[in-house]
Design a binder for this molecule. Structure first.
Ligand SMILES: Nc1ncnc2c1ncn2[C@@H]1O[C@H](COP(=O)(O)OP(=O)(O)OP(=O)(O)O)[C@@H](O)[C@H]1O
Length: 201
């Protein structure tokens, strides 16, 4: 399966164009790194790929067709701040089962303790909460994961544990992963291909 940005342009409101005519391709099975200076538009581009924003010009396609948005989205985004990605009024069990129901083995692989399922989001650490966001994004219908600074605020051990689990699942399911990060060490360790955002725009 091929996820493509075709001549995509985007601006916020009446601000100047953030980028214009961006072409990008990622295939399932690929782990691609996206790097570039702060403020250059990487997060915005990730949001466009995952359907959170609509391009002003161009299109995002999956195998040449528009990405279906009326069911579980095949392109899932996990970003840096898990506390902003969950409903504070839902318990963790409801949050993690929002789009699909991950089994115990997957939760265990991500280091999620069963007792955390009965807690509220504000009763977990950032790292614990992020594990839930990753589990929620790894539905069996996920074809591409956009990991935008996904493990930036986590300690090295937690970061390694989460990436180990994600890469194992990605390989088993032939998922594509786009890793957006300022951590060059992490990018070089994980990715099969690395792209400078400035080379796309
Ligand atoms: N909702 C918004 N409204 C207006 N401008 C925005 C909005 N979100 C982001 N921007 C601006 O768009 C530009 C690109 O932001 P973006 O977060 O995509 O960059 P980035 O490359 O991911 O940065 P970083 O590496 O610091 O995360 C920035 O100048 C930012 O201030």
């Amino acid at each position: 399966m091929l996820l493509e940005a075709n001549h995509v342009s985007f601006r916020y409101g009446t601000e100047p164009w953030l980028f214009r005519h961006v072409d990008f391709k990622i295939k399932t099975g690929e782990i691609v790194g996206l790097v570039g200076p702060s403020g250059s538009g990487k997060t915005t581009f990730g949001r466009l790929l995952a359907g959170y924003e609509t391009p002003h010009e161009g299109s995002i396609t999956l195998d040449g067709s528009p990405v279906p948005s009326n069911r579980y989205h095949p392109i899932q985004l996990v970003f840096q701040h898990p506390e902003k990605a969950v409903n504070p009024r839902w318990k963790m069990r409801k949050i993690v089962n929002e789009g699909w129901e991950p089994d115990e083995a997957l939760l265990e692989k991500l280091g999620i303790m069963q007792e955390w399922l009965e807690r509220w989001p504000n009763e977990l650490s950032g790292g614990e909460l992020q594990r839930f966001c990753v589990a929620r994004a790894l539905g069996t219908n996920t074809r591409f994961l956009i990991a935008d600074e996904m493990t930036t605020m986590l300690d090295a051990i937690t970061q390694a544990q989460i990436w180990h689990a994600v890469l194992e699942i990605a390989e088993k399911r032939n998922m594509g992963v786009l890793v957006i990060s300022h951590d060059h060490h992490l990018i070089h360790r994980l990715c099969t291909r690395i792209i400078e955002f400035k080379d796309l725009v």
